[in-house]
Design a protein around this ligand. Structure first.
Ligand code: PMP
Length: 362
């Protein structure tokens, strides 16, 4: 039985994409060879990576001032790589701390240079997005995490941070691991965007990097792999790229385009999120964990008001084939990740269980 997959990442992929990927693992383009056993320099693979790059540019409306890269090491390597490439000797880097992932990025930046936290939501356990952010210092760059996968908060506008970066003449860097391709964004406001693939893009293994070419200064002393220029010059083919992950990403992007592009998926994502948050607010047994205006449209965090229903709710979820609903081990409760590929029917199914639980318990 196919489950309702609410996993936070790696997460649900579109069914056709999985079927086509399985086929490619057996044989690609009637070549008598598996995608997994052909050279990454072969025409078959070159076409795949070029299509993935082209689709990324088309879907997000990215100009030729930017390079789209598929690298390895996950978003976690980007924490360090971004700081390494964007910090200047004796410069200062500014970060917004919205929880675990931002903190990890801050830790890496501190290994490279002076790093300040301009704003943090730690005082309220990361249940909100900081606002009215200012910087007294001149910054090399400003870094933030657009969607906090663990706590379930999301920046619904980038305007404030983009203006702050502009006034400060700082570069703007964003970790969009858990909401890239989920809504319209204006890439022109950014110097660097990065995202691990394993939520809205494909399986783990590839890391998407969108970098503004003229934002990167020449620095030959950086380790070769950690220098964005290496990958820009070699068009993501400096070393063997994660071919299977890139192939699945390309298929996912094709699916996204065929199903109406970003405008359409954004509308569907809002619809799913609204349905679920409305039920959390209506249902007498549940409550939402984060500030209403900062609620994520990707990761919906909630909990039971009273632990009485815990056993029953989890049993009903399990029997109904719901997967991945547990909150992150650091905060507990529940988290429904409702990424692009999750059908609205799965959200309706979860809501039905919540309603049933309410009837059973009262
Ligand atoms: N940033 C965010 C917002 C994430 O959600 C994650 C992973 N869940 C990471 C960074 C780390 O990504 P990776 O595992 O690809 O290093």
């Amino acid at each position: 039985m196919k489950k309702h997959n609410f996993s936070a990442g790696p997460s649900i992929l579109e069914r056709n994409v999985i079927e086509q990927s399985s086929q490619a693992a057996l044989e690609i383009n009637n070549s008598g060879l598996s995608l997994l056993e052909i050279s990454h320099r072969s025409q078959d693979f070159i076409h795949i990576i070029e299509e993935a790059q082209k689709l990324t540019k088309e879907l997000l409306n990215i100009s030729d001032d930017y390079e789209v890269l598929f690298l390895q090491g996950g978003a976690s390597l980007q924490f360090y790589m971004a700081a390494l490439n964007f910090s200047k000797p004796d410069g200062i880097a500014g970060y917004i701390d919205t929880g675990t992932w931002s903190k990890k990025a801050i830790t890496e930046s501190k290994k490279i240079g002076t790093t300040i936290t301009l704003a943090s939501s730690v005082d309220k356990k990361h249940t909100y997005i900081p606002k009215n952010i200012a910087s007294k210092e001149k910054l090399d760059y400003l870094h933030f995490t657009s969607n906090n996968t663990i706590y379930g908060t999301q920046f619904h506008s980038f305007e404030e941070l983009s203006q702050l970066a502009q006034v400060n003449k700082a570069k703007l860097i964003c970790d969009m691991s858990s909401d890239i391709f989920s809504k319209e964004i204006n890439v022109n406001k950014f110097d660097l965007i990065y995202a691990g693939a394993q939520k809205n893009l494909g399986p783990a293994g590839a890391t998407l990097v969108i970098v503004r070419k003229d934002s990167i200064s020449e620095n030959k002393h950086l380790p070769t792999y950690l220098n964005y220029n290496t990958h820009i010059e070699k068009k993501s083919m400096f070393n063997t790229p994660p071919v299977f992950s890139i192939y699945v990403a390309m298929l996912t992007l094709r699916w996204l385009k065929e199903s109406g592009g970003i405008t359409s998926i954004e509308r569907k994502n809002k619809e799913k999120a609204t349905l679920l948050y409305d039920e959390i607010d209506r249902n007498t047994l549940f409550f939402g964990i984060v500030n209403k205006e900062d609620r994520s449209n990707m990761n919906v965090t909630f909990n039971l008001k009273n632990k009485n229903g815990k056993h029953q709710f989890e049993k009903m979820c399990k029997e109904g084939g719901i997967n991945g609903i547990h909150g992150h081990r650091s905060i507990g409760g529940y988290r429904a990740s409702i990424y692009n590929a999750l059908d609205i029917e799965s959200v309706r199914f979860l809501i039905q269980i919540m309603k049933q639980l309410e009837k059973t318990i009262q």
